[in-house]
Design a protein around this ligand. Sequence first.
Ligand SMILES: Cc1ncc(COP(=O)(O)O)c(C=O)c1O
Length: 303
Amino acid sequence: MPLGDRGFWHGFGLFETVRVVGGRLPFLERHVERLRRSALLLGLSADGAGERWAYLAREAVRRGGVEDGTLRLALTAGEGGAFSRPAGRPTVVALAVPGGGYAEEAAERGWRAVVARVRRDSTSLLAAVKSLSYLPSVLARLEAGAAGADEALVLNERGELAEGAAANLFFVRGGCLCTPDLACGVLPGVTRSVVLEEARGWLPVEEGRYGLADLMTAEEAFFTSALAGVMPLLAVGGQPVGEGRPGPVTREMRRRYLRRAGITGRGGAGTGIPAQGGGGTGVPAQGGAGAGVSGRGGAGAGG
Ligand SMILES: Cc1ncc(COP(=O)(O)O)c(C=O)c1O
């Protein structure tokens, strides 16, 4: 990656996090499609690049020999001045590292959350894309960790429920599966989309605007993300959600999600958040073997 890359200096770029399961990348095409759409929103060149990015992602997993882990795919504006238009030569980096997915035991324990000080701005483009300007989520998750919680509950500027620091939010109320509408300042999560598909035809589903009280009077709740899958949310700010244990809809949704992702019967891939600077090494495309590959230009080089 060039030292003058704007992803590094100004957070001008995007990333995707995909779980690696048995050397496969569940829902990779959806992650690549979100990356492509987000790139267009930011004015980054994405013409015909989807397949190339998918190839780089698979190649990083293959070269790294990663069986169970995490794939990170980043696309940046490349080199340029802070306020210049993207020059049409984005940098693409794919990095595969072992670990990062949450095991079944973690899902049994569930997550506890605290309401973050950080808010999502539902009017901001940044709420809709997974940008390298990820500091609000990082700070929210750190704040949660400092309070002894697993995840932050992030509200939007109107005080409505939005999502977690790095996960989407669902809850069951009156037998209806509810999730904040994308207009609330929510990332269109890949796992969210799979859960919504699974839910339709099984139970009533509603995407809407909700307050904290709706969640706190829910029967059960869960977060969703590529790494956590369907993760029970058991308490917020020390107060139990529902009965304070994984509920029946959450359990059934997790089972369905794992089946769709091809994770059924596997113990999961390690626990916890991916280690900083984990086992993988990013190497440029020319660099030969390694867990990372990178490319320049819309259609990318590398591999
Ligand atoms: C802010 C935010 N919301 C939601 C999600 C969940 O998205 P996905 O299911 O695509 O992993 C993430 C993923 O990291 C995220 O960063």
